[in-house]
Design a protein around this ligand. Sequence first.
Ligand code: PMP
Length: 417
Amino acid sequence: MAQLSPLLKQATPVLAERGEGVYLYDADGRRHLDFTAGIGVTNTGHCHPRVVEAAREQVGTLIHGQYTTVMHRPLLRLVEALGDVLPDGLDSLFFLNSGSEAVEASIRLARHATGRQNIVVFHGSFHGRTMGAAALTTAGTKFRAGIGPLMPGVAVAPFPQAYRYGWDEDEATRFALRELDYALATSSPASDTAAFVVEPVLGEGGYIPAPPAFLEGLRERADRHGILLVVDEVQTGYGRTGRFWGHQHAAVRPDVLITAKGLASGFPLSAIAAPTALMEKAWPGSQGGTYGGNAVACAAALATLEVIRDENLVENAAVLGARLNEGLREVAADHPEIGDVRGLGLMQACEFSTPDGEPDTAAAQRAHRAAAEQGLLLLTCGAFGNVVRMIPPLVVDASQIDDALALWAKAVAGAAG
Ligand code: PMP
């Protein structure tokens, strides 16, 4: 008899039978408030009727229009629709299936376009698990240990992790940029560096928003040295942070944008976007795949973009993100083990620390488990697993935020007791 591999590590014991909006229903009919959104994917909620309808219709028309063999309309329509939301100048799109694949595609493109080899990433980065993407991932040992040698040509510079350093954001940013300059003068010479790859909010690495001055400092150095600024918006895109794209909290424009997760509400679809002139530096056929730009996924993505627009989900994320952050701060005020509350929009987290400021992994894991027992599904993150994060679908309403906060308060109190 076959069984699921013990390689699988599941964050909650739930067997999900059905999803609707911000709720998952298990085999016993119990309702769970889903503040994981499938790791930041189901921004439009589980099974949004418009997404379901678009996918259903496409399934009966054309499922697999293989894009290196034939073109299909859902892909062409999606390119047009994304054109309305992408930053100016990023007018060329290439489609893949997962975030990791899109990261791989961006590495190829950056190397082709610049003729340079090195990629600089920032401590705590998560860019995926395929071998190239894993080489760019520094969010924890479980993503790297024992699988090397990984792709060479990767340098790691500090990310401004203000709370961990015990500094304010400005100090942390100054330090990180100074160390980046040092790396470009030593370990990864600027003339050999193809790209900086950065998340607007460090995701798996602990939900740490990049200070705008940090992203702006990267842009300035990229321009100065002919390096590409590649922004990984896999987790921060589609309104998650209260702006359409996470990098829009800073005055920067990326050279390459990587997107996946929220793009198609749960259907596997990802893309890289860049100026056509940049894409032209590689050649037709240098990227591809069997399933990229799947027709059903593209139809779902089109409906997703319409829902985000028609239901004002970006604004909802900004308004309710502020409410969630405030409520989390109130809970933290009674619980000194929560050392930091931070986030942007509906990408919020609580970092658990011991009285002397060390990561308190056990306390975070207890609170996470206690929340699940209360019917509130959450995830942890951070190199030490001591950060509990909340990423509800963006269709969440104020009363559901308040429900989650009440459950969280109970969970933290129970876990502490
Ligand atoms: N980049 C970021 C910022 C991510 O958060 C993730 C997934 N958590 C990935 C890349 C990898 O995406 P996937 O799991 O779809 O390969």
